[in-house]
Design a protein around this ligand. Sequence first.
Ligand SMILES: Nc1nc2c(ncn2[C@@H]2O[C@H](COP(=O)(O)OP(=O)(O)OP(=O)(O)O)[C@@H](O)[C@H]2O)c(=O)[nH]1
Ligand SMILES: [Mg+2]
Length: 199
Amino acid sequence: MDCHNCNRSCHHAGRKHRRRFGFFWQKARKEICEEKLLKIALVGSPNVGKSMLFNALTGAYVTVSNYPGTTVEVARGKTVIHGQEYEVIDTPGMYSLLPITEEEKVARDLLLEEKPDIVVHVVDAKNLGRMLTLTYQLIEAGLPVLLAINMMDEAEQLGLIIDREKIEKELGIPVVTMAAAQNAGINELKERVAEYVKK
Ligand SMILES: Nc1nc2c(ncn2[C@@H]2O[C@H](COP(=O)(O)OP(=O)(O)OP(=O)(O)O)[C@@H](O)[C@H]2O)c(=O)[nH]1
Ligand SMILES: [Mg+2]
């Protein structure tokens, strides 16, 4: 049975509520399901650390399937932030919202069709300037974007200075710095995601 609010066959459409509401279950379920599975999509160029961030967020319960009609694999998992469950989608690498490769087309279609509650644009801190082009495209497309500047460990080794607050002001979206390979900045990212979806 699918839940009316979040369109999935889920635990809030399950036995617990049915037992509680008994005969009136069918009528009542629309009102009682306040919980909604929110979606986080991880997007960005190839090799920036999307899958590493995906693994850090989701842990063990992950499903991988081909995007319909393609050979491109999309991984989905779950994470919980402050008691709220989120589906996390690891999208194939994309350079632009105007797709050239099949991977880019899948990533673009996923964003348009799945309407994520938050789009985390993962970028490589060492190539920030070049990668911000996609950030602007995502913002212009009206998507709820959060910028995650990854590989800060390598950027720091190179002596690069990244002014997170300044970038945040200029872009007008939340910006976090992180090093997914070292599990650094993951909690900060989660906090900012929670803040963003609350608004
Ligand atoms: N030094 C460093 N390496 C990282 C970090 N995050 C990811 N990597 C490395 O970068 C490489 C690419 O990471 P992935 O997570 O596979 O990148 P991706 O964005 O999923 O790449 P595609 O799936 O090809 O689009 C791997 O070798 C990771 O170990 C980081 O914060 N610091
Ligand atoms: Mg990947």
